[in-house]
Design a protein around this ligand. Structure first.
Ligand code: NDP
Length: 282
């Protein structure tokens, strides 16, 4: 009981002492959002637009990006550019950051959100797919972060990394995906310490999300689990606030924080819950 009360107090204290979000701080902010053609990335773009930011969005599908950029302008974005790119390609990742710097002049926020498509199912030994997914979900993130760092340093900017509860704990059917998210958490956790040691101006926010109701996520889990899904638009707003207030971490929805710590403190309970959360017939 004492442990649980202490955790709750620590969680609430962190919430209460978090800096207040100033929406005006995003007016004119220069933002690059990846994976913005659909899902959470699209919602991120619309929120930034409503706050009056200048944005560059990227993903692979140019036509869809064009429509999202047009909607961003109609919602209030001061500027909205798009660039089609494949994050599996090293030259494309560099090209996107160069494009954003050229169009916006500098960057205040780099929001890394994209993911490659990965099957929801038992690990079938496909190492090549995992290698490719690491390129898209991990290596492109660290390459873009490095390329944007000098500009973020000058603008006292923020690096926002969209991760997952599956970067904090394992679960069946997602071995390649969970590997990429664990890698992100490890890498950016380490980089955050190094930037602090260098007295850098750049903040890093790692966002731990639970199940969110995007089409791609719902398609995968339908009929397999009844874990509740949370709205993408609300997840996106929380990600933006976390970056703007320079918080090191976001847990959305809030209970993902408790799930993440429960797995270390009560591993048998976690195993029981996970194994009973899926309908699987061998
Ligand atoms: P979606 O699948 O809806 O969107 C993925 C985005 O990435 C799309 O814009 C897609 O556009 C783009 N993309 C896919 N492949 C590539 C590629 N090779 N190169 C460049 N862009 C690519 O994802 P979600 O919105 O559901 O997830 C967004 C983030 O939130 C991810 O980091 C995910 O891990 C995290 N998250 C999501 C959860 C959920 O339940 N939805 C739960 C926990 C975390 P295009 O096809 O045009 O390239």
């Amino acid at each position: 009981k004492i442990i649980l009360v202490s955790i709750c107090v620590a969680f609430l204290a962190a919430k209460w002492t978090a800096p207040t979000f100033d929406a005006d701080s995003l007016r004119g902010a220069k933002v690059l959002v990846t994976g913005a053609s659909t899902g959470i990335g699209e919602q991120l773009a619309y929120h930034y637009a409503r706050f009056g930011a200048k944005i560059v969005i990227t993903a692979r599908r140019e036509k869809v990006l064009q429509q999202v950029a047009e909607k961003c302008l109609s919602l209030g974005a001061q500027k909205a550019f798009y660039i089609a790119a494949d994050m599996a390609s090293e030259s494309d990742t560099d090209r996107v950051v160069d494009f954003a710097l050229e169009k916006l002049g500098s960057l205040d926020y780099l929001v890394l959100n994209h993911i490659g498509s990965s099957r929801f199912g038992m690990w079938d030994g496909d190492v090549e797919h995992t290698r490719w997914l690491m390129k898209v979900n991990f290596f492109s993130y660290i390459q873009m972060a490095w390329k944007a760092l000098a500009s973020l340093e000058q603008s006292k900017g923020s690096l926002v990394v969209v991760s997952s509860l599956l970067g904090k704990m394992s679960s069946p059917f997602v071995a390649p995906y969970t590997s990429t998210k664990s890698a992100l958490n490890g890498f950016f956790g380490s980089l955050r310490y190094e930037l602090a040691m260098k007295k850098s101006n750049v903040s890093i926010s790692v966002c731990t999300l639970g199940l969110i109701d995007t089409d791609s996520a719902m398609e995968k889990v339908r009929g397999v689990t009844n874990v509740p899904a949370y709205p993408a638009t609300d997840a996106a707003l929380n990600i933006i606030i976390t970056g703007a207030t320079r918080q090191p971490e976001l847990f959305y929805p809030w209970f993902t924080y408790f799930i993440a710590i429960t797995k270390d403190w009560f591993p048998s309970l976690t195993d029981y819950i996970i194994l009973n959360s899926y309908d699987y017939i061998p």
